[in-house]
Ligand binder design. Sequence first.
Ligand code: LLP
Length: 383
Amino acid sequence: MKQHFPVERFESIVTPFYAYDMSLLSSTLEAINEAAPESFFCVEYAIKANHNPDILKAISAAGLGADCVSGGEIRRALECGFDASKITYAGVGKRDDEIRLGIESGIGCFNVESFEEMEVIAAIAAEMGRKAPVAIRVNPDIDAHTHHYITTGLAENKFGIAKELLDKAVDTVLSYPSLELKGLHFHIGSQVLDYEPFGILCRRINDMQDHLESRGVHLQTINVGGGLGIDYDNPDENPIPDFKAYFEMLRSNIRLREGQHLHCELGRSVVAQCGSLIARVLYVKEGIGKKFVICDAGMTDLIRPALYGAHHVIENLTAAADSPTEEYDVVGPVCESSDVFATSERLPLTRRGDLLAFRSAGAYGEVMSSGYNCRVLNPSVEF
Ligand code: LLP
């Protein structure tokens, strides 16, 4: 179904800005809740994908938890209505004041990524007279077959504790009276479209659980992280990822124990398709054998193409529907050769003043924008 943009309204707003389709977000949340029964799953939203307060309020109202990676995200989650007990604090570099904030707020879990961090959390919790709930992030050494900048579960990555050290990690957590062992946490990477690596992960988790149980260690939670990919090429055909298939795949591969819950931390799949970056065409520059569409949004507003070679579908919102098409390189105004959204992109005949939508930009778009070149991204708009 074609996404309907309120183009007339956009015409009067200063570009560039992000536009969010709130009804698509709410259908996406409904689809998640339908596909992931609460008796089995605890779905947390990875706030890093988009921390816009209205988006967060819609997500917390749908009952999801929050996966946070900084004290700032914990604060934002609490302000936007997330239940403290449904907040997880993850990340390889937690500061002491952020750990204190997490304990003070009564968050549900710290995902710990090193022995050094366990020691610090234990000391802070002891000093506060509290017990901190922790899950051990295990690096499962699985190739998620995604872009190497967003693959996280390989032994060579900085994330988690090597699976060979699992016993030692469990013993260490159990040795601190101020820590409570909740469970295990994993994350293999992002924009994963192939379910096979998730299947391997589930089987590896089953083996780890069997092993720990044989040692008399029982876990309350298993967290498989996030990573479910979206269809960047066909946002209109696939505006909502196939959550049914994803959760069913997890449910059929993982062997949960009585009373256990399976936690997931979905970011991109929740918010990517509801957001677009809206820009205006400044010039159509005739090069030699090439035409450039130079627009007023650049890599400072949406860095994914420059950073990962990602491609976002570009739609000309104002060109006539029956207009002939042409090939263009679509670029931004920033003084960097990597400030290119697309090369040889087929678009309707494009003119100065046209409005462009860079689709599927709701995740890791606005949140990764920067002020490089003293550039200003205008406030986002909802429709
Ligand atoms: N859990 C952990 C531990 C993570 O590191 C991430 C993402 C998530 C959950 C959420 O993953 P998602 O469901 O969104 O795939 N900026 C990059 C993506 C970086 C992802 C970082 N970690 C991009 O624009 O593609």
